[in-house]
Design a protein around this ligand. Structure first.
Ligand code: 4AZ
Length: 234
C-alpha cells in the first residue's frame, strides 16, 4: 500500500496472507473455510501443496501466537478472482477471535456510490520500486466513476464489466503484493468486501488508479460456492 499508514494489529482481521511457492498474495476471509484472492496469483497452475494460508498475521512472514496456518484443499479459478478452500485442521478451518474474523459479502444490488471512501490494506510494496513487503498498512481510496476509468486517457477498453477503479489522486494506491486483498467499504459501521485488489498501471501513477474486482457482480456465484458445493475445482 502506497501512501497509507500502519494498521493496528487486529484492525483488519479478515486479511489472509497467501504464500504460494515463492510468490505472495493477499486474500480475504469470507467464511471459516473460504478465502477470496486474485486470479493472477493462481494462473500458473499452482500446486495446492505449495500454498500456505496464514490468518491473523500482522508482520509480513512472521507467525506468532495470533496466527493460524492452513494448507489448501482446493481452489476455484474465475477470470477475475480465485476462491481458496482451506484444509481442515483437527476437523475445522478458521475459528474466530480478535485477530481472525470474516468480512461481510455485499448483496448483489449493493452499490457504494462514486467517490465513496473505502479502505485498502495489505503487506505490498509501499512504493513502485520497493523490493520488499511491508508491515500491514491501510489506506483510504475513493471509488472512481466507471466512465472516467474506462475513458481512453485512463484504461480504455482494458476496464470491463466486473471491474471497478479506486484511488486518490495518485496519493494512495495498492501495489505489488497487495493483490487479492480487500477494498472494504463501510455501511453503518460494518465492512463489506466491495472489491478485490487486482491490477493497475504501476502504483500511484497519476491518472492510473487501482483496478478491483467488483464483488457485488459475483456475489451470488460466490455464495453458491461457499454455502453449497460446486464442481470446477483445481
Ligand atoms: C500487483 O502487482 C499490483 N496499483 C496490484 C495493484 C496495483 C498494481 C500492481 C494497483 O499485485
Amino acid at each position: 500500500i502506497l501512501g497509507g499508514s500502519p494498521a493496528l494489529p487486529g484492525s483488519h482481521p479478515w486479511m489472509a496472507a497467501l504464500y504460494i511457492s515463492d510468490e505472495f498474495c493477499a486474500g480475504t476471509v469470507l467464511s471459516s473455510c473460504w478465502i477470496a484472492s486474485a486470479a493472477h496469483c493462481f494462473l500458473r497452475n499452482q500446486l495446492k501443496s505449495e500454498i500456505r494460508v496464514v490468518l491473523g498475521q500482522h508482520q509480513f512472514n512472521i507467525s506468532g501466537l495470533n496466527t493460524r496456518t492452513f494448507r489448501v484443499q482446493k481452489y476455484i479459478l474465475h477470470p477475475n478472482y480465485t476462491l481458496v478452500k482451506l484444509k481442515k485442521e483437527n476437523g475445522r478451518c478458521a475459528q474466530w477471535n480478535s485477530f481472525i474474523r470474516p468480512i461481510c459479502l455485499p448483496e448483489t444490488s449493493a452499490t457504494f456510490p462514486d467517490h465513496s471512501c473505502c479502505t485498502i490494506s495489505g503487506w505490498g510494496h509501499t512504493h513502485e520500486k520497493a523490493n520488499s513487503y511491508s508491515p500491514l498498512m491501510e489506506g483510504q481510496v475513493r471509488i472512481i466513476p466507471f466512465s472516467a476509468c474506462s475513458s481512453p486517457e485512463v484504461y480504455g477498453t482494458e476496464i470491463r464489466s466486473g471491474m471497478i477503479c479506486a484511488g486518490r489522486d495518485s496519493c494512495v494506491d495498492a501495489c505489488q503484493g497487495d493483490s487479492g486483498g480487500p477494498l472494504a467499504c463501510e455501511c453503518e459501521g460494518v465492512s463489506f468486501l466491495y472489491g478485490i485488489i487486482s491490477w493497475g498501471d504501476g502504483c500511484g501513477r497519476s491518472g492510473k488508479p487501482g483496478v478491483y474486482t467488483h464483488v457485488p457482480k459475483y456475489v451470488d456465484w460466490i455464495n453458491g460456492v461457499i454455502k453449497g458445493n460446486r464442481k470446477n475445482t483445481t
